[in-house]
Design a protein around this ligand. Structure first.
Ligand code: AMP
Ligand code: ZN
Ligand code: FE
Ligand code: FE
Length: 310
């Protein structure tokens, strides 16, 4: 098979600018042959992407991205080939999005206190049915004339240590990895170069991490080498993708770039197969669920703990 591989992209189901259908059409124009759709806490873009992909002969890898806070930074966890249609998993994603909406309320309160009055309704009008997040807050801030760009909104107010950022109340990175494994998926540490928390890798591997996003627009050649080596050493898949969000989203990446070798997709599929063959479906209770906080009831969402916060 010729054509590119891109294992990280977003649609209007989260904070991307393109509808799933438009994203897949763009992928076709960019000669991307394997595209993972990895919206934040949502798989709602997948049915439309899968449908459009058949027209273009594109292979869609079902995925998602879960953003977690850690002191002073953020850890994003990608999940590939999850059993996304499982009812408990959709319940889990709905709970994630409910906390995203609650966080938007907390962020606009903070902004208002800081002298930038904003309402949650203005933010929700932008993200519509999608998974709300700070990029939508940033766009509402542009509309109000507080900032000129999404980038400026993040740089001045919304970044991890920014004055208007408020922490999430769900899921540690270890829990994010565990929930993806429980859904039969392949958990991957997204863009670790941005997180600057490589020390967490052993703990995530212990929790079931199966890959590290190695090929990434903002990773240097040295970082790519280092993560490839880490992956080889730990038996992880070195994945990669553009993290494409579409135009005017404050992120100037190109779909299908950087180049990701086709073998990466083959490694990912092999890993998914390997994990699924040893995987016990999440709707069964077992003794060891005690420490991984697995579901107690058939088809029930896994209990989620919040962060210990001051
Ligand atoms: P949230 O969903 O609230 O965690 O917001 C995370 C998203 O914000 C990321 O997936 C990026 O799309 C976007 N983002 C993070 N940092 C920046 C930045 N400096 N400029 C533009 N967008 C950013
Ligand atoms: Zn995003
Ligand atoms: Fe991310
Ligand atoms: Fe992303």
């Amino acid at each position: 098979m010729s054509g590119g591989v891109d294992l990280h992209s977003h649609t209007t189901a989260s904070d991307g600018a393109l509808a799933p259908r438009e994203l897949v059409r763009l992928a076709a124009r960019h000669r991307v042959r394997v595209l993972a759709v990895t919206d934040h806490d949502s798989t709602d873009g997948l049915p439309e992407a899968l449908q459009e992909a058949t027209v273009h002969g594109i292979e869609i890898v079902p995925g998602l991205e879960i953003n977690c806070d850690v002191p002073g930074s953020e850890i994003h966890v990608l999940g590939y080939y999850v059993d996304w249609r499982a009812e408990w998993f959709q319940d889990f994603l709905r709970a994630q999005r409910a906390e995203r909406a609650a966080r938007v309320h907390r962020i606009v309160e903070r902004l208002t206190e800081l002298g930038l009055p904003l309402t949650a309704e203005e933010v929700f009008a932008i993200c519509k049915e999608g998974s709300p997040g700070r990029p939508h807050v940033a766009q509402a801030m542009i509309k109000r004339g507080y900032v000129k760009s999404v980038r400026e909104a993040f740089d001045r107010w919304l970044h991890a240590n920014g004055p208007a950022n408020v922490p999430r109340r769900r899921l540690t990175p270890v829990e994010a990895v565990a929930v993806i494994r429980r859904a039969g998926g392949v958990p991957v540490f997204a863009h670790p170069g941005l997180a600057d928390r490589d020390a967490i890798i052993p703990e995530l591997v212990e929790a079931g991490l199966a890959g590290i996003e190695t090929f990434y627009p903002e990773h240097s050649a040295a970082q790519i080498q280092a993560y490839r080596q880490t992956c080889r050493r730990l038996g992880l898949v070195a994945t990669g993708g553009s993290d494409y969000h579409g135009p005017h989203t404050g992120r100037a990446t190109t779909l299908g770039s950087p180049h990701v070798p086709l073998e990466v997709w083959e490694d990912l599929k092999r890993k998914a197969h390997e994990l699924k063959s040893t995987h016990e479906p999440a709707n069964r209770t077992r003794q060891s669920d005690e420490h991984t906080r697995g579901p107690r009831e058939p088809d029930s969402p896994p209990p989620i703990t919040g962060y210990p916060r001051p």
